[in-house]
Design a binder for this molecule. Structure first.
Ligand SMILES: Cc1cc2nc3c(=O)[nH]c(=O)nc-3n(C[C@H](O)[C@H](O)[C@H](O)COP(=O)(O)OP(=O)(O)OC[C@H]3O[C@@H](n4cnc5c(N)ncnc54)[C@H](O)[C@@H]3O)c2cc1C
Length: 800
């Protein structure tokens, strides 16, 4: 063992081995993997080794596809067999909604370029998997590149290929302590102390403790998981092919062939957390006793789906633990405030996702950012709030229980809630508010007319459609009030504030008393934020953005910090309301003596509103005349009351984010995670119109290159032929049978009375008037490219 490595990877499971391999492959060979016992000694040795294509996040689905392709590559490079069985795979739908959802999922695959999938009838599914009962199956999806591998062989193949490229693996050497140094980390191990620039937490079942070694409370917990391996099934002995990897979503099981028997894995509705503070250090190649009572219902369904199980015995039971984050996706990336500490843990499906995790992390370490948009597995999608043990228990448990349960886009799940509530929460609830959650905060969705109203989960338009329509009407025709506590606010001050903002934001900075939309770019010209910068004129500035990106943005700001800059996240200390609609000026004027009505569009300043000392910006996401009014958290409930009282004579109505999403769509205003992501550039998304080309800023060189060579795809507005559902995102778009793009977000425009969508389209197909086809919830619908902003294209309402 050397005394210094560039990188120390902690953990020799599939994830650590993949990280090591990718670092070496991309040119960093002074890298060392430390393993407590021997390679695979965590979850990896007892995994079922299955891999399949489906993931709710298309970016993660793409990385899964990458992993599947990689397996044969590492086998070749290392000379170690991965035991590949590319049997193909089936995903089964057992309810009408699930079948519709699966058809949509199939379309999403087309959107992201995964072509080797197709839909199958129950009869075809039965032919593909002859040992399966097709009872209750309405349809399925077949994927060519699904199957299973030998788990131990795969870990050794990753590690062997890494070693051939110059990386080091040291077994039987536990990392005991980590200490941050001026230029990296010191790792105290059983075999001595080493220093390194970077340390990677790939400690799987022990990730919690390896996080705590650096003072980090990672939102991760192990849960137990069962599978059984059956004795020989006579019907399999007569087949000349292996049955496919089969996922029965309504049955909570997955199945693959294992020699001449089958392996049946169970997603347990009655979940079982195990060692929430991390596995014991002495834990080795052990398993938990099976608990068939706890999984009786799922087992019964499995035995009905594969009737041969009723005739043969169980050869082996496996009940072992693996790790989960609150949303089930991995926790990957640099940890804010711990320079050189990287997370590569909570990887629930390491054999399916490990390749993508290793690739993305290695790119991030070496090049500063991963090639793909990996926000869905970025450790910074959670903040400190998620380190709470009860939050972790509730959310990981909910995810596990619902792993194969269908979640509808309009469904609000209860785990870990309510966590954070703005002070007017109780009053708003009494007024009928129905809530969603964002980054732990309760945010208003809409206001129900009665306590009895229940929104039914659906893939189509919900029974809250008319309520949202009324809220939109109130905003467009009168005045609406929206709680905007669910935006982030960063305060920037100090002698270096303006210079720093000027460098990190690609736009011109606002003059004193003004606000400005500000794209933020990475060095490669990809978007890092769709922010609004406020210049309060007293030496302080605000950056406003999406609440759920708080940790993610803070990490970026701190990594690109300047001299003499004070930066504070004031999002929970400062909350507020948006007053929006043609009567909003009349309402705010009633509450202030100050010259609030003289505020120009995009102007901002400090005003007393009623009894409250507020900061006001004249802007609105709804596209109407509007004011965003910010106050201290303690003023929130009082400010709401004052605004509602003043607005009563104008018929003021409270509304929620569902209405705001419709209103902004009618204005073609993009939102983060849909039209704006770190996968897209400024010119692709139209953000380039805010760039100040006369100054220097991060990403300028890349943005200039893009200006010279415009991108092949751009965002455009679509009108979709009416039906009973609206687009949501990632639906493929066709022009005369050729795929020309995909939808980024969609919804119903209640003012214009049309189903609308924003889409990423090939430039040639993005001209207004172009006739296209889209697939929405399983149905083909005509769509036409229309000019941007179908409501008030000249922006007169906003500037009134
Ligand atoms: C029953 C079951 C079935 C599964 N089936 C599948 C499947 O079909 N497909 C799939 O993709 N996934 C499956 N999984 C999940 C899969 O096992 C995990 O996703 C994967 O093993 C996670 O790998 P890892 O490298 O993150 O963690 P681990 O495999 O837990 O590896 C972590 C390693 O870190 C080492 N370590 C920890 N702390 C230290 C330290 N301080 N110093 C040095 N070394 C340390 C440990 O000894 C261990 O070897 C299954 C899991 C279970 C339990």
């Amino acid at each position: 063992m050397k005394s210094h490595y560039r990188v120390v990877v902690i953990g020799g499971g599939v994830v650590g081995a993949s990280v090591l391999y990718h670092l070496a492959k991309f040119g960093w060979t002074d890298v060392c993997l430390m393993e407590r016992k021997v390679l695979t000694a965590g979850s990896s040795w007892h995994a079922a080794g299955g891999f399949h294509a489906l993931n709710a996040d298309p970016n993660i689905a793409s990385l899964q596809a990458y992993t599947i392709d990689l397996l044969s590559e590492i086998e070749k490079e290392s000379g170690q067999s991965v035991g590949m069985h590319m049997t193909g795979g089936l995903t089964l739908a057992g309810t009408p909604d699930r079948w519709e959802w699966l058809q949509s999922a199939y379309r999403t695959f087309q959107s992201i370029g995964i072509e080797d999938v197709r839909l199958v009838t129950p009869e075809e599914a039965g032919e593909l998997c002859p040992i399966m009962s097709t009872h209750g199956i309405l349809g399925g999806m077949w994927a060519d590149r699904e199957g299973y591998i030998d788990t131990t062989g795969t870990v050794h193949a990753y590690a062997g290929a890494a070693k051939k490229r110059g990386a080091t693996v040291i077994e039987n050497n536990r990392v005991l302590e980590l200490h941050q140094t001026a230029d990296g980390w010191q790792a105290v191990t059983e075999k001595g102390t080493v220093t390194c620039e970077h340390v990677v937490n790939a400690a799987g079942l022990w990730a919690k403790q390896v996080g705590r070694m650096a003072g980090i409370e990672l939102p991760v917990s192990p849960l137990n998981h069962h599978y059984l391996i059956s004795d020989t099934i006579p019907a399999l002995e007569t087949l000349d092919f292996e049955v496919p990897m089969t996922v029965d979503l309504e049955g909570f099981t997955y199945m693959r062939q294992d020699q001449k028997g089958i392996l049946l894995g169970i997603y347990e509705v009655d979940h079982d957390h195990w060692m929430m503070d991390g596995a014991p250090w002495e834990y080795g190649f052990e398993l938990q006793q099976e608990d068939t009572d706890r999984i009786e219902r799922e087992l019964t369904l499995g035995f009905e789906r594969y009737p041969a199980l009723q005739e043969v015995g169980v050869k082996t039971w496996v009940n072992g633990a693996f790790t989960f984050s609150p949303d089930g996706n991995p926790l990957v990336g640099p940890v804010r405030g711990k320079r050189g500490y990287w997370s590569a843990c909570a990887v629930m499906a390491g054999f399916l996702q490990g390749g993508g995790v290793g690739k993305s992390l290695a790119e991030w370490m070496i090049h500063g950012e991963p090639e793909a948009d990996v926000f869905g597995m970025d450790v910074a999608r959670y903040g400190d709030y998620a380190g709470n043990k009860r939050f972790i228990k509730e959310t990981t448990g909910q995810f596990y229980t619902r792993r194969f349960v269908m979640t509808y886009p309009n469904e609000q799940l209860p785990a870990g809630r309510p966590l954070k509530m703005a002070p007017a929460h109780a009053d708003m609830t009494a007024a009928g508010c129905r809530w969603g959650a964002s980054y732990g905060l309760e945010v208003p969705l809409y206001f129900a007319p009665s306590a009895e109203f229940t929104e039914k989960p659906t893939l189509k338009r919900s029974n809250a459609f008319d309520i949202v329509a009324e809220e939109c009407k109130a905003v467009r025709g009168g005045v609406g009030l929206l709680d905007i506590s669910g935006f982030s606010r960063f305060e920037v001050s100090g002698s270096g504030a303006a210079a720093w903002l000027d460098r990190v934001m690609a736009s011109k900075l606002p003059a004193p008393g003004r606000a400005r939309l500000a794209p933020m770019l990475s060095e490669t010209g990809k978007l890092k934020g769709d922010l609004t910068v406020f210049n309060w004129g007293d030496g302080t500035w605000w950056i406003m953005g999406s609440y759920y990106l708080r940790e993610w943005h803070m990490r970026w700001f701190q990594d690109h910090m300047g001299e003499g800059v004070g930066l504070r996240d004031i999002s929970d200390a400062t909350v507020g309301f948006s007053l929006s609609g043609p009567n909003s000026r009349a309402v705010i004027e009633k509450l202030t003596d100050g010259p609030v009505s003289a505020l120009p569009f995009m102007g901002c300043g400090a005003f007393d509103i009623g009894l409250h000392r507020c900061k006001v910006g004249r802007l609105s996401v709804s596209g109407e005349l509007g004011y965003e009014i910010h106050c201290n958290a303690m003023d929130h409930a009082g400010l709401r009351r004052a605004l509602l009282e003043a607005g009563a004579e104008f018929g003021i109505r409270e509304y929620g984010f569902n209405a705001l999403l419709s209103l902004r769509l009618e204005k073609s205003f993009g939102i983060w995670s849909a039209e704006f992501t770190q996968g897209y550039t400024a010119a692709q998304t139209g953000m380039d119109r805010w760039i100040d080309w006369s100054k220097d800023f991060i990403g300028k060189d890349a943005a200039l290159r893009e200006r010279d060579t415009p991108p092949a795809q751009v965002i455009a507005m679509l009108e979709v032929a009416d039906g009973d559902s609206d687009a949501s995102g990632y639906e493929p778009i066709w022009q005369n049978g050729t795929r020309v793009g995909f939808i980024t977000s969609g919804g119903y425009g209640h003012t214009v009375g049309k189903s609308l969508a924003l889409a990423m389209l090939d430039r040639d197909a993005a001209t207004p008037g172009t006739e296209l086809m889209v697939h929405i919830v399983g149905a083909e619908r005509a769509a036409t490219v229309i000019p941007a902003s179908p409501y008030d294209p000249d922006g007169k309402a906003m500037r009134a």
